[in-house]
Design a protein around this ligand. Structure first.
Ligand SMILES: [Zn+2]
Length: 176
């Protein structure tokens, strides 16, 4: 887990107020999370940690790009990504019920590893539809591949129709 030790923030003795941190992530970081959708990318993370008397607010802002595959032509795609998420960390000795939005730390914890929060912010920022698009990512699909896919699709439909005809013909000849 060496790639994630950079994400440990000491919280003992941290003064009340804002503290800022910067991180960078690449393929080594994503390897630790083992998700086929998120494997290669290059992003910068700005974190503002606001310490209050009874809790901490962590605001993550990620910016960069992820490598993906195009849903239309299957070619490599560089997805620009910019996203912000806020997480709340509370301290408690008794209540250890973590929710999606609030992480509970024991009163005696002296550090926090924010790598999972960084990862979640990136995952949440990914667009659900991913394809080459001149307007949103300045990239275009491979025309040759699209043409071949279209031809293949047409041939496939023709074969389907042929299959249905021969099934019908067999039905008719069976009856005779
Ligand atoms: Zn494409």
């Amino acid at each position: 887990m060496d790639a994630l030790t950079d994400f440990i923030i000491p919280i003992v003795g941290l003064k009340l107020g804002d503290h800022s941190y910067q991180f960078e992530v690449d393929g080594k970081f994503f390897k630790e999370f083992d998700n086929i959708e998120l494997q290669e990318g290059c992003l910068q993370i700005d974190l503002i940690l606001t310490k209050r008397s009874n809790l901490m607010e962590l605001t993550f802002h990620v910016k960069g790009s992820m490598q993906s595959l195009c849903d239309r032509c299957g070619g490599g795609l560089k997805l620009p990504l910019q996203h912000q998420e806020m997480r709340i960390v509370k301290f408690s000795q008794e209540d250890f019920n973590n929710t999606d939005d609030v992480l509970i730390l024991g009163n005696d914890e002296h550090e926090i590893n924010v790598s999972h929060m960084v990862y979640e912010t990136i995952a949440l920022g990914l667009p659900s539809r991913r394809f080459h698009d001149e307007e949103t990512n300045g990239q275009v699909c491979d025309e040759d591949v699209l043409k071949r896919l279209e031809e293949y699709h047409e041939q496939d439909e023709k074969d389907d129709v042929d299959d249905r005809w021969s099934a019908l013909k067999n039905l008719l000849t069976d009856k005779e």
